[in-house]
Design a binder for this molecule. Structure first.
Ligand code: BG6
Length: 501
């Protein structure tokens, strides 16, 4: 939990309206974030949380919220005063999303304790409902900002391909102005992702090195040990490329590769990210074979437990060729990055759960100290996003002793020490919505361009009849060695640093 320190802008009182308030996202992420935000002043005390609930009494709904809190924010339930304070902010608006009168009831409930009608509409619902909700809000006059701000928050996936993303944007923009739309990518709310920007642009030693002259290649990865859990219906149609690369990982790539913006404002930052997306070299049919990898997990052992193969998961077709591992090698055709491979990869049921950005520098030209020995290892700068966010710098230093032999020295700088609490991405992002800061949200053109970039890969993969398998709980994807063969150090498989007991 963060505290609303001196530099944090206090949000005005608002009505936080959640569609899908009985769903999993609300239970796991939104409610726990809101309760913490209320406790530390990130949500104004005069705000209300309106849950749109179908077919349940208020008592049943409040019990559901309480149960969710017990699971995900037990510290609140243990403190009766905090729970009562949170509960007093909750208001149920009964209604079905498909019924127009629901939106009129939302409109009637929109008055905060100080009389303001500001509203954030959070769509924590399946994407097929986005259009219905947007139209309902429109018909009830709820996109109109005359009586207070009106902000629409949309969760990923933003479409399924370029055409559906364009259609969705058109639909949203026919009701809301682009600056009222907040497309959430929860990766951008992670503190350590934002630290990428601060590290790059608050240290003058980085800029001279941040280019093709010094950097051999960059790997941006999120590996997970979990499988698809209960989400087969979504995942079967999505796969790893859509689920992680088109969204979170390409967004991280833009932050790593972009030029310094002229100011730290939403459009200045997003303009620079767009320039990166526009400069990504298109992937043609030939590159699909050489520059992409897809695979699917077979059964195996994760954390000592046997886990089933993807095709044996509930609701997955036994013939499924959906990828649970995806990798793409991109090139950015601009002055700074010409010729530098950006390897983006992700997978479920791998050996470790780690997300990181690794900048691999070029090798020293030769070994000055011992011409018979191999060249010292290439330096690497790793931004560890999770777990234990922080920065790791791998440098070479002299081995203690009478020789000038060298060894790699690992400098670790944790992002926050054990006593500091790092804010959850949803706290950061919802606070940004409340203060109207769109810097960490994707603009329509970014979303569409990233779909355009991955679309040739999606088309090629759609037609595959079989797929490589890897044993769950391992790094057993040999095609990755081929993809990274020309990269100094090859495929970088992250390891979790075990803290000394
Ligand atoms: C979601 C994906 O967007 O991100 C999931 O749909 C994935 O499949 C999740 O597991 C990973 O998020 P995190 O924050 O746990 O790395």
């Amino acid at each position: 939990m963060v505290t609303a320190g001196n530099n944090i802008q206090t949000a005005d009182p608002s009505n936080i309206v959640i569609f899908g308030v009985t769903g999993d996202l609300s239970k796991r992420k939104l409610m726990p974030a809101l309760v913490r935000m209320l406790c530390c002043g990130l949500v104004h005390d005069d705000s209300k949380i309106l849950g749109v609930v179908n077919n349940r009494s208020e008592e049943v709904w409040l019990n559901l919220v309480r149960e969710g809190m017990q699971q995900f924010s037990p510290e609140i339930i243990e403190d009766e005063e905090k729970w009562q304070r949170f509960k007093s902010r909750l208001i149920m608006v009964p209604g079905d999303l498909g019924d127009e009168t629901t939106y009129q009831r939302v409109a009637d409930a929109l008055v905060t304790l100080d009389g303001k009608k500001n509203a954030m509409f959070y769509c924590a619902i399946p994407p097929e409902w986005y259009g219905t909700v947007t139209r309902g809000l429109h018909q009830a006059g709820l996109a109109n900002e005359e009586e207070g701000y009106r902000r629409l928050v949309i969760e990923k996936p933003f479409g399924h391909n370029l055409a559906s993303a364009q259609e969705l944007n058109k639909e949203l923009q026919s009701v809301f102005h682009e600056n009222q739309i907040y497309r959430i990518d929860h990766y951008l709310g992670k503190e350590s992702v934002q630290n990428l920007l601060v590290f790059r642009f608050a240290n003058s030693i980085m800029e001279p090195l941040w280019n093709r002259n010094y950097i051999d290649h960059i790997q941006i990865s999120t590996s997970e040990t979990l499988g698809i859990e209960y989400r087969a219906k979504y995942y079967e149609k999505s796969g790893a490329l859509r689920d992680m690369i088109q969204s979170h990982i390409m967004q991280m790539m833009t932050l790593v590769a972009m030029e310094p913006p002229v100011e730290f404002t939403a459009d200045a930052v997003r303009d620079e990210k767009m320039k990166v997306l526009n400069a990504i070299r298109s992937i043609g049919p030939e590159q699909i074979k050489t520059d992409t990898v897809s695979a699917q997990y077979a059964s195996g052992t994760v954390d000592g437990e046997h886990v089933p193969a993807y095709v044996s998961e509930e609701n997955v077709s036994p013939e499924s060729s959906t990828e649970t591992f995806a990798a793409v090698r991109f090139y950015i055709d601009n002055w700074r990055w010409q010729g530098v491979p950006f390897i983006l990869w992700t997978g479920k049921r791998l050996q470790e759960k780690v997300s990181e950005v690794m900048i691999r520098f070029r090798r020293p030209p030769f070994n000055l100290f011992n011409t018979h020995a191999s060249i010292p290892a290439a330096n690497a700068l790793v931004f560890r996003l999770q777990p234990d966010g922080g920065i790791v710098f791998r440098l070479n230093a002299k081995k203690p002793g009478l020789t000038t032999d060298n060894e790699t020295m690992v400098m670790r700088a944790p992002y926050a020490d054990d006593t500091e609490e790092v804010a959850d991405a949803y706290e950061i992002l919802m606070h940004d919505v409340l203060i109207g800061d769109r810097t960490l949200f994707s603009r329509a053109d970014e979303v569409e361009t990233s779909w355009e970039i991955v679309e040739p890969i999606l088309h090629a993969w759609e037609n595959r009849v079989s797929i490589e398998r890897y044993r769950a709980g391992t790094w057993d994807v040999p095609a990755m060695d081929a993809l990274t063969r020309d990269c100094v150090g090859g495929w970088h498989k992250p390891t979790v640093h075990k803290k000394p007991a």
